[in-house]
Ligand binder design. Structure first.
Ligand code: 13P
Length: 282
């Protein structure tokens, strides 16, 4: 079975100290490119959709082209909803065929976050859908969630203990200093905090804000227990720049399939670079 939830993928990653890349795709081309890249490397992959992207297509329409890509893949593929802050929308995506969802209640109080995440976990469990939760505030812009630098907050271990115990989530994203988008200043990651949380976490840890981290940072965080690494901005850049480059090189060309083929190759290259690095076993 190639269309799976995250449990099937992340359990092995955690056990064997490697990470699975989770790439934010925006349409058929980006999804197909990401899955083909994973297939060519023989590695599992998570393709994830932001709420904004799903809303642009519609739940049913988006799943109608994503599911066949996952079902026909030669490697395990999970389709995950990224950063949903809306309980009802998250449930609608579970009903709509996503094999995994992230409920992001990180901007709520701990109590409210626990209550909503728990509600999603209960709803998702019946349908064999996995759930990712978040604590702390990850700086930057992801979809319509904006966290300015001054409002960043690392996850607190005592809150993580309670959150994990109360919610029963399948994957956990604690904020430890990484940021969404392009890094502009110095990157300050609290490796000790990440290590501490991984030691007691009942489920695999997720690293957000993957674009722009150095190989050394990835290596350190994966060794400390990051089992899922999110990459969004690098995909958006590869997609837009691929189109710009092709159009500049071929100003008189008007065959969209050639433009797509060129852009897809660039996307595959970026996805492959990340997967190759993340999947290195100790
Ligand atoms: P980047 O945009 O920094 O790659 O972050 C991706 C992410 O964490 C999506 O949730």
């Amino acid at each position: 079975m190639s269309y799976v939830n995250m449990e099937a993928i992340l359990g092995d990653a955690r056990k064997n100290h490697y990470a699975v890349g989770a790439f934010n795709i925006v349409n058929y081309l980006t999804a197909k490119a990401a899955v083909e890249a994973a297939e060519e490397l023989g590695q599992p992959i998570i393709i994830q959709t932001s709420v904004k992207t799903v809303k642009a297509f519609g739940i049913k329409e988006m799943m109608s082209f994503l599911k066949p890509i996952a079902e026909n893949a030669t490697v395990n593929v999970a389709i995950h909803l990224d950063h949903s802050t809306d309980v009802e929308f998250t449930k609608a995506c579970i009903d709509g065929g996503w094999s995994s969802v992230m409920y992001d209640g990180s901007q709520l109080t701990l109590e409210e976050n626990i209550k909503n995440t728990k509600e999603i976990v209960t709803y998702a469990k019946n349908k064999k859908v996995t759930v990712e939760g978040e604590l702390g505030a990850i700086v930057g812009v992801e979809d319509d969630i904006v966290v300015i630098a001054g409002n960043s907050a690392h996850a607190r271990p005592e809150d993580c203990h309670i959150f994990l115990k109360e919610t029963g989530i399948d994957a956990f994203a604690p904020a430890v200093g990484t940021a969404h988008g392009v890094y502009t200043g110095e990157i300050n990651i609290d490796y000790d905090l990440f290590d501490e949380i991984n030691q007691f976490s009942s489920c695999p840890l997720v690293l957000h804000g993957g674009t722009g981290l150095t190989d050394e940072m990835f290596h350190k965080l994966i060794a400390l227990g990051a089992s899922k690494v999110n990459i969004s901005t690098a995909i958006k850049i590869a997609y837009c720049q691929g189109m710009v480059t092709y159009t500049k090189m071929n100003p008189d060309q008007n065959d969209p399939l050639k433009l797509d083929a060129f852009t897809k190759e660039g996307l595959k290259k970026v996805v492959k670079q990340h997967i190759q690095f993340f999947s290195l076993r100790d």
